[in-house]
Design a protein around this ligand. Structure first.
Ligand SMILES: C[S@@+](CC[C@H](N)C(=O)[O-])C[C@H]1O[C@@H](n2cnc3c(N)ncnc32)[C@H](O)[C@@H]1O
Length: 271
């Protein structure tokens, strides 16, 4: 598929999926490849034919949507953010809970891909913070639209490249190494529950102290869907709770009353 043809196709279909072209510029080639595999599997000779096919078969839009999921992640992606979570955000949240007699520090990792992000939180808590807050328990809900990514997360086996940003020695403490890869140890799994969920249709019911929504809504969604998603997120934040977005992402205008905790790290707070 020629680049220009692919760009034109994405610029035509992404708005119809409530996704935005600028977010896809860098990852367009992996998306084209999937779309190409799809229309070839339908025995269609070209993108133009696929476009006609989409117009005649509305159910195909769901398949096209799944070609646009970007599964990239790794442990401790954005190391300085994880340092900020360790030194400021999680201790302050845990302190509030501890001061009220103890309880659960509830986190939601939205768009968790294959589990790298929620397991990073679990590692951080167990290896650095838990001993300081004995009456606080970390509970993490991790959701993603992609059932195969969720299955990989539940399996918990990773290539060495996924672990490259972890602090030194953590690999040895948190994983068992076999020929298949690095398996996350059971004690780091127990606080994490995985669910297949599409944030456009459904969101968890409980309120969270910490929500991570990185490299999905505020990169790939169009303006209207970003605003809707932010409304969902804020509706599920405890007062005083924190929302983390990705590096280079910004909140829709107004930010629904969230105040920056650290704009550099993309952390916002519900006052
Ligand atoms: C780039 S990954 C983000 C991974 C992780 N948050 C991180 O920062 O490393 C984007 C994830 O969003 C998921 N996704 C795409 N559309 C979604 C939707 N509507 N609802 C929930 N997850 C979605 C994809 O399956 C993919 O795993």
């Amino acid at each position: 598929m020629r680049d220009v043809e692919g760009i034109q196709f994405l610029q035509w279909c992404l708005p119809r999926l409530q996704l935005c072209w600028p977010g896809y510029r860098k990852v367009r080639r992996q998306v084209y490849k999937r779309i190409q595999r799809r229309f070839q599997s339908l025995d269609l000779p070209s993108l133009t034919d696929y476009r006609i096919y989409l117009e005649v078969h509305p159910e195909e839009w769901e398949v096209l949507d799944s070609c646009c999921w970007i599964p990239i992640s790794r442990f401790y992606r954005d190391k300085s953010l994880f340092l900020f979570l360790e030194q400021e955000v999680m201790p302050q949240l845990a302190q509030q809970i501890g001061a009220n007699g103890g309880g659960i520090l509830r986190c939601w990792s939205l768009a968790c891909a294959s589990g790298e992000e929620p397991y990073s939180l679990s590692l951080l808590w167990k290896l650095k913070l838990q001993a300081r807050f004995p009456n606080v328990r970390l509970v993490i809900l991790a959701t993603d639209i992609d059932d195969q990514a969720i299955a990989r997360a539940q399996r918990g086996c990773y290539p060495v490249s996924s672990l490259r940003d972890l602090p030194e020695n953590w690999g040895g403490q948190a994983f068992d190494h076999t020929v298949e890869g690095f398996w996350i140890k059971p004690e780091f799994r127990e606080s994490v529950t995985f669910l297949v969920q599409d944030i456009r249709r459904v969101a968890p019911e409980e309120a969270f102290d910490l929500i991570l929504c990185r490299y999905l809504a505020f990169t790939y969604f169009d303006a209207a869907l970003q605003s809707n998603t932010l409304r969902q997120l804020v509706g599920r934040m405890q007062i005083g709770g924190a929302l983390v977005i990705g590096n280079g992402e910004t909140l829709p205008e107004g930010g629904l009353g969230l105040t920056p905790w650290s704009e550099k790290e993309g952390v916002y707070r519900r006052a």
